[in-house]
Design a protein around this ligand. Structure first.
Ligand code: SF4
Length: 356
């Protein structure tokens, strides 16, 4: 089998392995192909395979058996696994130009047409059979939801979004990370969701984030602030310009990264350093993912001579410090929080560390 596979192209290998039921190897081949240099930043890993394409003008539902929508081999630095109850999307802003998920889907035949708004009805697919997958994964981990789509795409109905959130509530030993370029829709959907629940507090194991690539879209953080959430984060990746208008108040975590791929748009060092400094001043956990370049690792991960891998567990430490000091959380200086990082174990639900 190995010799026969060696003679095939990547897409054929993936298809052949899927037919043999070997989703793990299919996944590894797909991701290694992508490691060749096509990442858009948001999508560094995949966890689904596709099938027939249909057109009916409504979101499509594709039943499928198996565990291929959930991968515990994510290449994304800040997560452990991916879960894709929805696949396919359409582009909304310049950060989508080299969408990794689109590249992968077209390359391997999971989408028939480019991810343009006109093709959304063909490309956006609901996978209800994948909804329960995280509940079968017993070891706690951070799960990136919809690495191959945007959960808040306009063709994903509220009822399906609610189903996804119900599963995240049920699988409360995991931490789920939901990232969208449609935070206004997320805000309205989540307000409706929590209005229906008896317990209206935001799910403690769900982190909600939005992508902001240049200052034109800095207002997405305002919509995020209006969304009920325990942890809010901004992904400034691919960072395509400075973000002077970005307001980091109530933002718990900031991820910054450059674009990678053959057509990567370079990130200015000053843009990243400015965001790092503002995150430090507001006590926002700061994660520098990579400089980018032809491959994701081309430029390395050092910013100002060191790596930045902070996670929002800093907030838990801040809570602990506030309790110890008997002071309101906001009055605890961030340098005190940082000094004490690692001295106390975070609560399990935050998912850091993820190993049980
Ligand atoms: S919103 Fe995300 S998934 Fe959708 S096209 Fe843009 S980068 Fe790709």
């Amino acid at each position: 089998m190995a010799a026969a596979l060696a003679d095939l192209g990547e897409a054929a290998k993936v298809a052949a392995l899927e037919n043999l039921g070997d989703s793990d190897r299919a996944f590894r081949i797909a991701t290694s192909w992508l490691e060749g240099g096509r990442a858009c930043g948001r999508h560094r890993a995949v966890g689904f395979v596709g099938g027939a394409i249909g057109v009916d003008g409504t979101p499509r539902v594709r039943p499928r058996k198996g565990s291929d929508a959930l991968s515990d081999k994510s290449g994304i630095e800040w997560t452990d696994a991916t879960w894709n109850p929805v696949t396919g999307c359409s582009k909304v802003s310049p950060g989508c130009a080299h969408c990794y998920a689109e590249t992968l889907s077209l390359r391997f035949g999971w989408s028939a047409r480019p991810w343009l708004p006109a093709n959304a009805a063909m490309n956006v697919v609901l996978h209800p059979e994948r909804l329960d997958q995280p509940t079968r994964w017993r070891r706690p981990r951070r799960v990136f939801v919809n690495s191959m789509s945007d959960l808040f795409h306009e063709l994903v109905p509220d009822s399906f979004v609610f189903e996804v959130f119900d599963r995240m509530a049920k699988a409360d030993w995991h931490s789920f990370q939901v990232l969208t370029k449609r935070p206004e829709r997320m805000a309205s959907a989540l307000r409706a969701y929590y209005a229906r629940r008896s317990a209206r507090a935001p799910l403690p194991n769900v982190w909600l984030g939005t992508s902001i690539e240049n200052d034109r879209w800095a207002g997405r953080a305002d919509a995020l602030r209006k969304t009920p959430a325990t942890i809010r984060f901004v992904s400034a990746e691919p960072l395509l310009g400075p973000l002077p208008s970005l307001d980091l108040r109530e933002i718990d975590w900031l991820i910054v990264g450059g674009e990678s791929g053959n057509a990567a748009r370079p990130m200015g060092a000053g843009w990243a350093l400015d965001l790092r400094d503002r995150a430090l001043s507001t006590g926002t956990a700061f994660f520098f993912k990579q400089w980018g370049g032809r491959t994701p690792k081309a430029g390395g991960r050092l910013l100002d001579g060191r790596t930045w891998d902070e996670m929002p567990s800093v907030l838990l430490h801040r809570e602990v410090e506030a309790q110890v000091l008997g002071r309101p959380i906001d009055s605890v200086p961030s340098d005190l929080v940082r000094e004490n990082l690692g001295k106390r174990k975070p609560r399990r639900w935050i998912g850091v560390p993820v190993e049980a």
